[in-house]
Design a protein around this ligand. Sequence first.
Ligand SMILES: *Cc1c(COP(=O)(O)O)cnc(C)c1O
Length: 393
Amino acid sequence: MNLQSSKKGTAAVWGGELESFFKGATTPPIVNSVTYAYHDLDEWHEVSLGKKEGYIYSRNTNPTVQVLEEKIRVLEGGEAATSFATGMGAISNTLFALLRPGKRVVSLKDTYGGTSRIFLDFLPGFQVQVTLCDTTDHEQLEAEIAKGCDLLYLETPTNPTLKVVDIKRLAAAAHKVGAVVVVDNTFATPINQNPLKLGADLVLHSATKFLCGHSDAMGGVLTGRKDLVEAVFRFREINGASLAPDPAYLIARGMKTLELRIERQNTSALKIAQFLKAHPKVMDVYYPGLPTHKGHEIARQQMSGFGGMMSFALNGNYDQVKKFLTSLKLVHLAASLGSVSTLAGPPRTTSHVELTEEQRRQLGIPESLIRYSVGIENVEDLIGDLTQALNSL
Ligand SMILES: *Cc1c(COP(=O)(O)O)cnc(C)c1O
């Protein structure tokens, strides 16, 4: 059976699980074995040379971890997949494996905080040239790409103001100059957006977020063009940022309900965004599903759902943000996102904690902004909770 042609809900459940497991187990065993024994030295040698399928050492490959890798591969439509200890492991291994001194990266000002740190603090030290463009300025991005570029790195929708960039348009520009296109698809998830189908060469995720979905395991995944995934895998094997079997099991288990969760979160988030948009104490709502959102048209073309992430600015100052957030009951005031439970926080304590107030202003992040990751709770309860917290202001 070929899961590549099946629907996502099916691929999420059966990906990596079509073969039977140890003693007929119907869930993937957590293989905590570091090493794998051989009775036959010739076979061992063949496997270590990669001429025969098998396992040697769990820093390289592991049967439980491979279940997860296969799930993301079929969900994104990649040729190959690999995984990492965290999402930042996926991002840093990809960038350091594919770039060399003298190469040039073009990316966005609004990438995830940790990714920006790689671009601004680490890659320049290795003589990699980094150009970060205004996130939604497609003309500037195309002009910078046309000057010559080896790697185009995109993220859409972005953190925390949910800006949207046109993957198809920018991937076409990048391919004209022979650049590799990498997309961080964490916010959208493979249910709502498939960058490889829009022209990207590689797509990566912080599996810690929606893929795991329960805030109880960390991981990162990468899928796409086989030659590129293999190049990154060879680096990760040696650099050692491998995913362990226990978190791989939890993430793979979480992924079985990915479609159910995302459909729920898409619907709830849209209702909440509409509710907030109409509320007098809310100044602005940033959600790509709203027709008033600047990226709505592009989002409609490249996404099949608008996701569970949004942000909104209160009519008021940071004191009001504090009062509002601490009045909420059905929420964890915490970093991270994409969990079954609703999470919220201001960018100044979550995604953009390293930045100064001035830097946040330059990125268009108001001090009264709240990032809100919609969980799978009943949406009427969430709206009720938001209502009472807004009334307390
Ligand atoms: C959280 C996140 C990351 C980093 O993932 P970790 O698992 O925390 O290392 C990267 N990109 C985006 C968009 C994220 O939200």
